[in-house]
Design a protein around this ligand. Structure first.
Ligand SMILES: Nc1nc2c(ncn2[C@@H]2O[C@H](COP(=O)(O)OP(=O)(O)OP(=O)(O)O)[C@@H](O)[C@H]2O)c(=O)[nH]1
Ligand SMILES: [Mg+2]
Ligand SMILES: [Zn+2]
Length: 299
């Protein structure tokens, strides 16, 4: 048995780096029965076979795990956004941030394509929220040193809507990677993402980055009861006000005497952040009832 980290998941194979070689593994059937999927970033035990392939036999406990993007044990999510086409929807950025906060995972906001649009609006917004934020251009290389400083020595996963330039930034940081990218118009034409699998790349000995497929607004995989319960705490810019609301259990959506709403009125909280919060609140609202009903139906 040897130990290694899953660096790529593709077509039912998990590519495990054991330190000496890359073993193409299948997962044992027990994982499917237990509804556990090995994830890129997982530390695993593998049984190597004589033909060079192998089996994932055991998965070590995870520091954190995400289903979208499908990664484990990352230190931080780097949310790649853009003010140029395709313009990033702040709601989707805020949703990713909330999910990361829930899981105790760091967040970095990286606004790409600043050769086309300055990105100053998004930069200012997320600086104020309290996230490390950087503006870059994969085209000109602007901002790449600062970005490298934010990811150096860490295991990061790049996420963001399709076409914002996740793979392009990685190629810029480390040209030898040669990851496939394609223009936004080609993507529209083909109706699919360019990156379709999750893969970990090593920029230097201790700087690892996972490239992932772009996310879509329809995906509700990570919207669960845990997020519903902790939602106000996952908006870090609400923290100074949350405890000053008049009512215990204030939802911060419409109550009288809500300190979060007052901060919003006074311009201390950005309108788009509160809009995202309300939208998430509404999306998560039906969840509990459904869970409870499901629970009651059980014999
Ligand atoms: N002008 C400009 N174009 C960029 C920049 N970064 C990426 N692009 C272009 O945007 C397009 C999409 O880039 P990708 O790197 O494939 O985007 P992605 O986020 O990896 O997309 P998916 O893999 O589909 O999720 C390509 O045509 C890139 O050349 C940039 O900073 N400036
Ligand atoms: Mg890509
Ligand atoms: Zn409130």
């Amino acid at each position: 048995m040897s130990r290694g980290i899953i660096e790529k998941a593709l077509s039912g194979f998990y590519y495990v780096n054991t330190g000496t070689r890359m073993v193409a593994c299948r997962a044992r059937g027990k994982f499917r029965k237990e509804k556990i999927s090995p994830l890129v970033g997982d530390w695993v035990q593998v049984q190597e076979l004589s033909d060079g392939s192998g089996y994932v036999e055991a998965i070590e406990p995870r520091k954190c795990e995400f289903l979208r993007p499908a990664v484990a044990n990352i230190d931080q999510l780097v949310v790649i956004a853009s003010e140029a086409v395709p313009v990033s929807d702040p709601y989707l950025i805020d949703r990713v941030c909330a999910i990361a906060e829930l899981k105790g995972c760091g967040v970095v906001i990286c606004v790409n394509k600043c050769d086309l649009e300055s990105g100053a609006g998004l930069e200012e917004l997320y600086c104020r929220v309290g996230y490390p934020t950087v503006r870059v251009s994969a085209e000109t290389g602007e901002g790449m040193e600062k970005l490298y400083g934010l990811i150096s020595g860490k295991l990061s996963a790049f996420t963001g809507n399709s076409g914002v330039g996740k793979s392009s930034i990685l190629n810029r940081l480390y040209p030898a990677l040669g990851i496939e990218t394609s223009s936004v118009s080609e993507k529209l034409g083909r109706g699919r993402h360019t990156t379709r699998h999750v893969e970990l790349f090593r920029l230097d000995e201790c700087t690892l980055v996972v490239d992932t497929p772009g996310f879509s607004s329809f995906d509700t995989t990570e919207l669960d009861l845990a997020l519903k319960k902790a939602l106000p705490e996952t908006f870090r810019d609400f923290a100074p006000y949350r405890d000053a609301c008049r009512f215990v259990g204030c939802s911060h959506t419409k109550e009288k005497g809500c300190a979060v709403l007052r901060a919003l009125e006074e311009g201390k909280i950005a309108p788009s952040r509160h809009e995202s919060y309300v939208r998430l609140y509404d999306e998560l609202k039906p969840l509990k009832d459904w869970e409870v009903r499901k629970g009651k139906e059980k014999p």
